[in-house]
Write a protein that binds this ligand. Structure first.
Ligand SMILES: [Zn+2]
Length: 221
């Protein structure tokens, strides 16, 4: 089992953790991602990011991106910080975890010049933009399905989760220290997703684990 995007480690399996300030180093199964979230572009410290990536050759870059969830306009600084971090991920040859709430098209467009240069892209929290899936696939991107899949009212999300090509599929909790205790865990998300995709949880889990290994393969080589 692999939680492909979270901010704190859960109990079982592997965890790909973004901005892991509170997670001790060397925790088995934890892969770290360092980066500046689009909600706080003013906190970006390029030297610090470079230092962390040099110090940790097994770390990726994330979560980085653009956001229209909290406001309608994307500030110039937010774009600039995203562009800088993509360039750094390319320079260090690290996989990236992307945030693109309500602006997935723009986020994807910024990534396209890095096709084949940044080793892997994870579109985390992806929703509503199913028309982009072929282009994300062409980029070599992965899409992770989150706890919303367990929400019986999220009809469009469930449909999307059922249709994403198997070889680009991952699952995530996006768990933070503030998450509710009843947030579905990776086993529950996988079980629900398996139902939607008319397969077994065990079969799906094997696919998800192999995809997750491919996503971070450049770090483990
Ligand atoms: Zn997150």
């Amino acid at each position: 089992m692999t939680d492909s995007h979270c901010h704190v480690a859960g109990t079982a399996g592997r965890h790909f953790i973004c901005s892991p300030s509170a997670v001790p180093y060397g925790l088995p199964g934890c892969v770290r991602f360092f980066g500046c979230h689009p909600w706080t572009p003013e906190e970006f410290d390029e030297e610090e990011l470079r230092r962390l990536l040099l110090e940790h050759p097994d770390a990726g870059v994330g979560e980085i991106g653009l956001d229209r969830l909290k406001k309608r306009e994307i500030a110039p600084l937010e774009r600039e910080v995203f562009e800088r971090q993509l360039a750094i991920a390319a320079e260090f040859h690290r996989p990236v975890v992307l945030h693109g709430a309500k602006c997935w098209g723009e986020t994807l467009k910024a990534c396209k010049p890095y096709k084949g240069v940044i080793p892997a892209f994870l579109f985390h929290g992806f929703s509503r933009s199913t028309g982009l899936i072929p282009e994300i696939k062409d980029l070599g991107g992965f899409i992770s399905i989150g706890p919303a899949v367990a929400n019986a009212h999220a009809v469009n999300y469930m449909r999307m989760a059922a249709e994403i090509p198997s070889d680009m599929l991952l699952v995530e909790t996006d768990r933070t220290p503030e998450s509710p205790l009843d947030l579905p865990d990776i086993a529950q998300i996988t079980a629900r997703l398996a139902e939607l995709r008319r397969t077994t949880a065990a079969e799906l889990d094997a696919i998800l684990d192999s995809n997750a290994s491919r996503f971070v393969s450049s770090l483990l080589a």
